[in-house]
Design a protein around this ligand. Structure first.
Ligand code: ROI
Length: 165
């Protein structure tokens, strides 16, 4: 079993509910067990500003799926939530980003782990910190240090305890 972390984001079609359903969807995949859920956050869009605010969260999972099989599973769930890939950095019903997969570093055509922008996104780092404040990245960096650097600009807690809604 590998411990992995997945970041969740949505800013369309009842974002909080999209994320809550996505947690259940992940847990119901054979080979995935959700073992930790962050608080639910609301955050200002990073990138194009002409889109709604986001809901963000993260989950910890135990999985026996290989990285690309896990990616397939998350993309299937995104598609079931009506995800349509249009413009880069545009609004979306559901985004599931594999942030960490054990302590593996992966650079393949389909997958980059750790997520290449996690260290500049407080909407990823704060939820991870809720679940595991002791987390160390494969690079040796401490999550707590990243969190202190990034601060709380543009992000607020919407709900503390899962189920959030
Ligand atoms: N901005 C916020 N606040 N939250 C996200 O999940 C998010 N996801 C994205 C982009 C468009 C970069 N901006 C975001 O993909």
């Amino acid at each position: 079993m590998i411990t992995a972390y997945i970041a969740l984001g949505s800013n369309l079609d009842n974002p909080g509910l999209q994320l809550q359903r996505a947690v259940d969807d992940l847990d119901s995949v054979s080979g995935i067990e959700v073992t930790g859920v962050s608080k639910l956050y609301i955050s200002k869009p990073v990138g194009p500003q002409d889109q709604p605010d986001y809901c963000n969260a993260a989950v910890e999972i135990q999985t026996n799926l290989e990285p690309l099989a896990l990616l397939d599973a998350t993309q299937t769930i995104e598609n079931h939530h009506g995800r349509v890939r249009t413009i880069r950095w545009g609004a979306r019903t559901l985004d599931l980003d594999m942030i960490l997969y054990g302590d593996q570093v992966i650079n393949s055509e389909r997958l980059t782990v750790p997520h290449y922008q996690m260290h500049v996104r407080n909407f990823v780092v704060l939820p991870l910190f809720d679940i595991n404040p002791e987390l160390t990245l494969p690079s040796g960096r401490l999550l707590t240090q990243l969190k202190d650097e990034l601060g709380n600009d543009g992000i607020d807690v919407m709900a503390e305890q899962y189920p959030w809604l």
